[in-house]
Write a protein that binds this ligand. Sequence first.
Ligand SMILES: *[C@@H]1O[C@H](CO)[C@@H](O)[C@H](O)[C@H]1NC(C)=O
Ligand SMILES: *[C@@H]1O[C@H](CO)[C@@H](O)[C@H](O)[C@H]1NC(C)=O
Ligand SMILES: *[C@@H]1O[C@H](CO)[C@@H](O)[C@H](O)[C@H]1NC(C)=O
Length: 399
Amino acid sequence: MLFRRYLVFLFLSSVACFSTTTDYDDYDGYSTTESVTSSDGFSTTVFPIADGPSCENIPKKSWLDLAVVVECSHVTLTQWTAIYTNILSYLSRLTIADTGDHTTRVSIITYNHENATVVYSFTDPQNLNRIHIALKNAISTTKLGESAKIFKGFRLAKDEIDRLKGFRIPGVVLYAATYDDSGDGNPLLASQELKMDMVKIVTISFEASNGVATPQISALASPGLALTSRDPVKNFGWAVGQLNCICPAGWTQLVIGSQADAKTYSDCFFTYTAQVLPAFTNCPQDNNLATVYTPNRLDFLRRNMSYSIEGGAFSVGLVRTDGDSPWYWQTYIENITYTNYPEFVAPPAATDAYGYLQLVNGDWKLFSDDGMTNSRPYICQTRSCDTNYVCDMQGNKHY
Ligand SMILES: *[C@@H]1O[C@H](CO)[C@@H](O)[C@H](O)[C@H]1NC(C)=O
Ligand SMILES: *[C@@H]1O[C@H](CO)[C@@H](O)[C@H](O)[C@H]1NC(C)=O
Ligand SMILES: *[C@@H]1O[C@H](CO)[C@@H](O)[C@H](O)[C@H]1NC(C)=O
């Protein structure tokens, strides 16, 4: 009920238009259709099985430490009401509170042509009304230039996140209209520092008058998380939910597609380089050997996980109980039917019960053996944390 009252308060006290209260919680940002339209306008069929499980994306169940980094310049001054009410529109979708499992803390960081400033900290009382006031006043309390130093904003966001780390997943939202990489501070490097610390970045670029800045600002985003000020709030909510979908430290998240249209899944992979007989492979609790049931998954593993594998072969989670039983992908949750992809290079012998992939002329091909003869490295798979699944960076489930 308290939450509702905040919405009403904002509606009355703000010049902004909170014109809709539609629930976008189920929006996943992607259509469920299984075909894509190619450039010639015809539909081409894609592989009929999803490439992996989607990240659960329920904004009000997010548990983020969300640093919102906002440009303060002459350019954003002219759009300030739209900017801060846009931010509030989104923040109203979250459960903002100091304590509680599925709650989010917000920090507001502004930056100008020289400095960045924390105008609202993770340790300030977490409620939307106070954040509203802080945002509204932020631009009038700082000096303004024609552009602003994004890297200063990122650096301060990183400090704030590192300094006040709790159990929540850190995430950064950048609102920028201009892009300035002059001098000694490089925004791209600052964004890479955050990403190497497992912090994902959503960018919102404002259409600058010359339209030049947008691609440069978008390039700072994590895959698939570059938005513009013209995108509807539901896209923004979806993107910020993706911030909450993150793999345990050291694990690689399944991302399919290129930067702009990349889709992130809730599968995470880890390569174990020790030589182990397939019959003895053992992934940590609640994990299993990698399942490789679509071409995109195979391609991802080949490009992103195989670099550390000696000898060009690794065990995967394709098994059968005996020579008369069907093959299946074994996970700790369910058995996934083997649908003949990838195809075995040669028909498995009656004693074969374990699948493995081996590099043949630059491609990964499927072979099988009895699991007791040849050792090889293996790739384990686990699920990511997400809005519905609170876990720690060691991958332990909490709730
Ligand atoms: C930047 O910070 C310094 C030190 O606090 C201050 O003296 C200076 O006025 C600030 N510059 C701007 C443009 O805000
Ligand atoms: C996977 O590999 C591709 C190509 O090398 C690279 O662009 C991409 O960033 C990698 N993705 C991850 C999640 O490591
Ligand atoms: C998977 O299949 C095997 C063999 O039929 C069976 O023993 C096992 O219980 C199944 N696991 C699950 C999670 O259904």
